[in-house]
Design a protein around this ligand. Structure first.
Ligand SMILES: [Zn+2]
Length: 499
């Protein structure tokens, strides 16, 4: 995320379509229909990956596989559906229950659940964390290496007022933003379920790479942008039915509006799509240019963007931007190019915010991390790589003037030497932004100076390649850097990250 406080309003949408096959919604509460589904068949997911990236699916048999079917009510007041997840216990522990997160509750909405089943058998559930979490209690503990299929019918209300975590979920100013609208599995690691979704600062998601087959029925007039690749699209008199393949990705996101217009271009097989409300075409064009340059820069430096599509869309939120797999959302206020934010023109701000959110495709989505416990790992790296984007796109002096913004941020807490490595809930909101987004990239730059520019660039590429499709920790980042340079970096990490 990019959280410079502030911001306003706006809108969205569109779909791509590759096939003339009719879209079909599966009745996921029909056990017999579900039994026909082949969890092992990765072929449909290939649609979301460029050919050279498709072999990764062979390594994803143990990844959570979500079958998600839902419909929006015509007034956009609720989203109702069923999520069925095949989950494999990849830990060494026997698990007596699984934990799903109900993010709409964090965002001021509600979620009601129907009859929850595990392998066709009804099971009991327990709500925790004031209804934000649901424990699905298993008849027998799930042993290491075993798989189960969990089915959760859900209905989530869609708020009309922004109500928590930057207003990332709801229907505002004729734009629908559905962040985490379905029950989403927590990650089990280090002997426990990681569920700190009540954190007051920053991003609250921590997810494993997962596979998605999604079926959605939406009002006909909406233009829809989602994570993944639309594979079929059918239009009825009042609704459109989309099927979408996504994966491996950490979550599924959807935004929609009747007012959206999009521009597209193809770069190296990737459909780049830029979307915003009618009337903001100049910003939409600019966002498309920035997308292309950013994808080019990061693909060259770290490793290729592997998916068939990359979307940038303008949506209402109380932050500057937010990252989702395959989708970057940017605050609508920035699309008014005549405006300024804190003395900086929206042109300049839009450039760096888009480059930042697209940077998260590499550090957040492809290389994952616990965004609550170690927010610096994706945010400081992403802030830092935006400087590389500026260098590649405009040259050294533009890069330096962007990098000056880190120091300006840090100055807001009088250069306090607060560690960058704290969990997000241990910062107050002011120091969260200043330390993680300001002092954080200054640490990465100090690391670059210590290791030498060339060695550091190589080490970052190695780190990305080592942890792509996985989850990394700060400790693993340090080890990876030390292995690359053949040096001991304990003192610089202690000075900036830990102490
Ligand atoms: Zn960010």
């Amino acid at each position: 995320m990019k959280n410079w406080n502030l911001i306003l309003v706006v809108g969205l949408l569109l779909t791509a379509c590759r096939s003339t096959q009719p879209s079909i919604r599966m009745d996921l509460q029909d056990d017999a229909a579900l039994e026909q589904f082949s969890w092992e068949n990765m072929k449909p997911i290939e649609e979301n990956l460029l050919p050279e990236a498709q072999p990764i699916l062979a390594e994803m048999e143990s990844a959570p596989y979500y079958l998600l079917d839902f419909e929006l009510d015509p007034l956009l007041k609720s989203v109702k559906g069923t999520v069925v997840v095949r989950y494999t216990n990849t830990s060494q522990d026997a698990l007596p229950y699984l934990v799903f997160q109900l993010f709409p509750v964090v965002y001021g909405g509600t979620v009601s659940l129907g009859e929850v089943k595990v392998n066709d058998q009804t099971v009991s559930i327990e709500l925790a964390d004031e209804g934000r979490l649901v424990h699905v209690v298993l008849a027998q503990p799930l042993q290491a290496g075993e798989s189960i299929v969990v089915s959760l019918p859900f209905e989530s209300s869609i708020p009309r007022e922004m109500g928590g975590n930057y207003g990332l979920y709801g229907y505002f100013d004729e734009i629908l933003v559905l962040d985490g609208f379905y029950p989403l599995l927590a990650v089990y690691d280090q002997g426990e379920w990681q569920t700190n979704i009540s954190s007051p600062n920053g991003d609250i998601k921590y997810e494993e790479m997962s596979l998605y087959t999604v079926m959605a029925e939406l009002p006909l007039g909406l233009k829809v942008i989602t994570t993944g690749q639309v594979t079929t699209e059918t239009r009825n008199t009042k609704t459109q039915i989309l099927t979408i393949a996504a994966g491996p990705v950490r979550e599924f996101y959807l935004a929609a509006s009747e007012g959206f217009v999009s521009k597209e271009r193809i770069w190296q097989g990737i459909t780049l799509r830029s979307t915003g409300l009618q009337g903001s075409e100049e910003a939409i064009d600019f966002a498309l240019d920035v997308s292309e340059e950013a994808v080019k820069s990061y693909s060259t430096r770290f490793g290729p963007y592997p998916y068939t599509e990359l979307d940038v869309i303008s949506t209402p939120m109380q932050a500057l931007g937010m990252e989702y797999p395959g989708v970057s959302t940017i605050a609508t206020g920035l699309y008014d190019l005549s405006g300024t934010i804190q003395g900086t023109s929206n042109w300049v701000m839009l450039d760096s915010v888009i480059a930042h959110e697209i940077g998260h495709q590499w550090f957040f989505n492809l290389v994952g991390n616990d965004q609550v416990e170690e927010p610096w790992l994706d945010e400081a790296l992403t802030q830092y790589i935006v400087k590389l984007y500026f260098e590649d796109t405009y040259g050294e002096s533009a890069a330096q003037s962007y990098a000056d913004s880190w120091e300006a941020r840090w100055s807001r807490v009088n250069y306090a030497e607060t560690p960058i490595g704290l969990p997000s809930y241990e910062y107050d909101p002011q120091s969260y932004g200043s330390i993680v987004y300001g002092r954080g990239p200054l640490f990465v730059e100090a690391l670059e100076t210590t290791m030498g520019k060339e060695a550091f660039a190589k080490a970052m590429k190695t780190y990305f390649e080592t942890y792509e499709w996985q989850i990394a920790t700060g400790k693993e980042f340090k080890q990876s850097m030390e292995t690359s340079c053949g040096c001991n970096l304990t003192s610089i990490f202690d000075q900036w990250v830990n102490e």
